[in-house]
Ligand binder design. Structure first.
Ligand code: SAH
Length: 220
């Protein structure tokens, strides 16, 4: 599955340029017995399978030898919701080991023993942690210096400064009878910045009042 979409476009170019790197560990290599079994039925009964602690343990130990300082993360719907702040923290750090679950998940003792940080990408259940891990990686990689050509484009994005982003327009000037806002064609950069700030605050207040305490009752 990896690098999957992370091997294309911005993240892919940065991977080729060695701005970041990715090492995948196949937990089956640590599987048990002739069939390299990695899972077993849940103790106490119930549906599904659980990834075994005595398989994940050696896999995580191996990961530690590759990047001893990396925080060990388990992608999990029970985890703390991924935020832009977390992406910034990880981008500034030494990398990460990301454990991707499957089936019903993993033996709880692995989380306890390794002090895994559980991170969720949202309140829904995926069939595996790989896509969630890719979401996390993509959010982090694009923040690394040199990945995005125009770094100033990062500063105004949604969730930076507790705001959602203002609306964008491009050519043509009029489309389906809809004009581009005049102010954006004025060439007055101060006025444009003020308009964008106002739009940002308004959209945030309307859609995500939880993000900031900016209150903008009227449409700009
Ligand atoms: N039985 C678990 C869900 C297991 S889903 C529960 O009810 O909480 C299988 C795997 O997919 C999980 O181990 C986890 O690694 C991954 N996964 C599923 N949903 C996710 C989410 N919202 N965020 C991050 N990882 C998720």
């Amino acid at each position: 599955m990896f690098p999957g979409p992370l091997g294309t476009s911005l993240a892919g170019q940065a991977l080729d340029a060695k701005i970041w790197s990715l090492e995948t560990i196949q937990i089956r290599d640590f599987g048990i017995g002739k069939h390299r079994q990695v899972d077993d039925s849940p103790t106490g009964g119930g549906a599904g399978m659980v990834l075994r602690a005595d398989v994940l343990g050696p896999a995580l130990d191996h990961a530690k030898t590759l990047n001893p300082d990396a925080p060990q993360i388990y992608m999990s719907p029970r985890g703390t919701r991924l935020t832009q702040d977390m992406a910034h923290t990880l981008a500034a750090g030494p990398g990460a080991t990301i454990l991707c679950g499957r089936f019903e998940g993993i033996d709880e003792r692995v989380i306890e023993h390794y002090g895994l940080t559980e991170i969720s990408i949202g309140d829904y259940v995926l069939s595996g942690g790989e896509l969630a891990g890719m979401v996390l990686l993509d959010a982090v990689v694009r923040l690394l210096p040199g990945v995005i050509g125009a770094p100033e484009s990062l500063a105004h994005e949604s969730f930076e400064n507790g705001l959602l982003e203002y609306p964008h327009y491009t050519k043509p000037r009029e489309w389906q009878g809809r004009p581009t806002p005049d102010v954006l064609l004025s060439g007055d950069h101060k006025k444009i910045a003020a308009w964008r700030q106002q739009k940002s605050e308004h959209i945030t207040a309307e859609r995500r009042p939880d993000l900031s305490d900016v209150k903008v009752p009227k449409k700009p």
